[in-house]
Design a binder for this molecule. Structure first.
Ligand SMILES: C[S@@+](CC[C@H](N)C(=O)[O-])C[C@H]1O[C@@H](n2cnc3c(N)ncnc32)[C@H](O)[C@@H]1O
Length: 206
């Protein structure tokens, strides 16, 4: 109980400090507030930081790699991705209002490697431009199935290893049933785990 309260206080201070800098990565926004149906679009809340950093640092990432945060919210996890040598760090977000917050955040930080797409993940048609995909529990399994099928199709034309990082992997079965292999699992901030998948059986890059 005490730890929970301390975390709340930490998040509150973080939000205030961001506000003072003209940023907003960490405030939570419900799906209803932005006109999305909560049965299919989960709320916008931040991830990233130490837990994502610890996973990415195990992989030999170069500027030939591109990552997309599928359901990027305001860009919190992308901030961690930008600490690595990815050639591109993209984000895609269903809510135009939330996507606008992400655009404003990175404009303020003068971050040139970022591109934000205001788009539904089931309509997105540029999956073949990325070989790393990050999900922080953005939607339920029926949506995940449609997205993974698109990623699988796009990846068949790529001669690069594909990585999927799935934070709070409630639709783990959908990922493995579509031919991705679990490489490792990691802790997350809330005790839900983060899974790392690849389209190779044995990853040569970890
Ligand atoms: C839990 S937040 C994750 C935010 C960000 N990935 C992070 O980790 O900092 C999930 C986000 O996914 C978005 N989302 C939900 N369904 C989506 C869909 N079908 N297409 C694109 N974005 C979606 C939500 O609007 C929300 O902002």
């Amino acid at each position: 109980m005490k730890r929970f309260k301390l975390r709340d206080l930490y998040n509150f201070i973080k939000i205030i400090l961001e506000k003072l800098m003209g940023l907003d990565f960490s405030s939570i926004i419900s799906s209803e507030e932005v006109g999305l149906d909560p049965r299919f679009f989960y709320r916008s809340s931040p991830s990233g930081g130490k837990y994502l950093f610890d996973i990415l640092k195990r992989i030999d990432i170069t500027e030939k790699d591109s990552i997309i945060d599928v359901g990027c919210g305001k860009g919190s996890a992308m901030r961690t991705m930008l600490k690595f040598s990815f050639g591109r760090v993209d984000g895609m977000e269903a809510s135009e209002k939330i996507a606008e917050s992400a655009v404003n955040n990175f404009k303020k930080l003068k971050e040139g490697r970022v591109k934000i797409f205001a788009c539904d993940a089931t309509d997105f048609d540029k999956y073949e431009e990325c070989n790393f995909f990050y999900f922080y529990n953005p939607f339920p399994c029926q949506v995940m199935l449609r997205v993974i099928e698109k990623i699988k199709l796009a990846s068949q034309n790529l001669d690069k290893e594909i990585f999927i990082i799935y934070n709070n992997p409630i639709c783990h079965n959908v990922i493995v049933n579509n031919g991705f292999n679990i490489i490792s699992d990691f802790p997350d901030e809330w005790g839900n785990k983060i899974y790392l998948y690849s389209n190779s059986l044995t990853s040569l890059r970890i």
